[in-house]
Ligand binder design. Structure first.
Ligand SMILES: [Zn+2]
Length: 311
């Protein structure tokens, strides 16, 4: 199975964006739990080999999306302690600071307010304590993921505040130098994650091609290493499908991961550009992790359909 993470934080008291963050302590605990379960920790390259081998040992890959500086400062020391390889999928705009970091702005907005109102769709969210801030983040985030035309309304309310998304990106994202340092570490693989982190399913085929190819070139030039693995931004059904998988293969990526829920099976050896993942976040417990590893989440998501996730 492939675990999907984003940012690794010190503690979860001030992080309404809990779906995108995992505390260092929780990550360490999860690695120990998975190791005790007997899983091998392997890289994405090794996973490709394992899918077509007869090796019965279950394995876990770890992936971190977007390009957060804390992947170097907080995640790496923990991954080193477990000898766990991991892939960091980097959006060029995180490094150049040109990305639209609306989710960072949303988290900052919820952190600083007791109520947030989106004037366009006339929606109001009460967020006076951490639980309601987390709920508001999750609700607004999934509203955007469902309908990206919500974004201008969110940008508007952020623009009316004193929150500077660009400054937040600058604080949270890897610098060029940090990315180079990370890429040289023997446990680390750098993967592609587009230039601007847009919803590829809503873009033209030539834009999708450009988003993937230019990001790949950018990362290869910066790190001096081949970049052969990719993660679709957002990764759900409304953000990537068979067309994006085809273009990804044409651009030259060996594998691509989605955020569709599921474990890896031998069938995925023939479907390397639609690999499912399992989220690992602040709110995971032994019970949720057990259900994820055992396929319960996949069963519920697929309404007890095909255990093998596809595009
Ligand atoms: Zn992402």
């Amino acid at each position: 199975m492939i675990f999907a993470l984003h940012s690794v934080v010190d503690n979860d008291t001030l992080h309404p964006d809990h779906t995108l963050s995992c505390t260092a302590g929780r990550l360490e605990w999860a690695l120990q739990w998975l190791r005790d379960e007997g899983l091998d920790f392997i890289s994405m390259d090794e996973a490709v080999g394992r899918l077509s081998e007869d090796n019965p040992n279950p394995f876990a890959c770890f992936t971190f999306d977007d390009g957060y500086a804390d992947n170097l400062t907080r995640a790496l020391p923990i991954m080193e302690r477990f000898g766990a390889p991991f892939t960091v999928y980097v959006t060029s705009g995180m490094i150049t600071r040109e990305i639209d970091g609306w989710w960072l702005g949303l988290a900052a907005l919820l952190r600083s307010r007791d109520r947030v109102e989106l004037s366009g769709p006339r929606l109001s969210f009460e967020c006076s304590d951490l639980a309601s801030k987390k709920l508001a983040f999750k609700t607004i985030e999934s509203m955007v993921h469902n309908d990206f035309s919500m974004l201008p309304h969110l940008r508007e309310v952020i623009a009316q505040s004193t929150i500077d998304c660009r400054a937040l990106v600058d604080r949270e994202a890897l610098t060029e130098d940090e990315l180079r340092r990370l890429s040289r570490h023997p446990l680390v693989t750098i993967g592609g994650h587009t230039t601007t982190h847009r919803n590829l399913a809503l873009a033209s085929a030539s834009t999708v091609h450009g988003e993937m190819a230019e990001n790949r070139r950018f990362l290869q030039d910066l790190t001096g290493q081949p970049v052969t693995h990719f993660a679709y931004p957002f990764g759900h059904q409304r953000a990537c499908g068979e067309r994006e998988a085809r273009i990804c293969r044409d651009v030259g990526f060996r594998t691509a991961v989605t955020t569709r829920t599921g474990a890896l099976f031998a069938e995925h050896a023939h479907d390397l550009h639609a690999l499912p993942r399992l989220h690992l976040a602040c709110d995971d417990t032994a019970s949720t992790l057990r259900c994820k590893v055992d396929g319960v989440y996949r069963a519920i998501h697929s309404r007890f359909g095909d255990p093998v996730s596809r595009m």
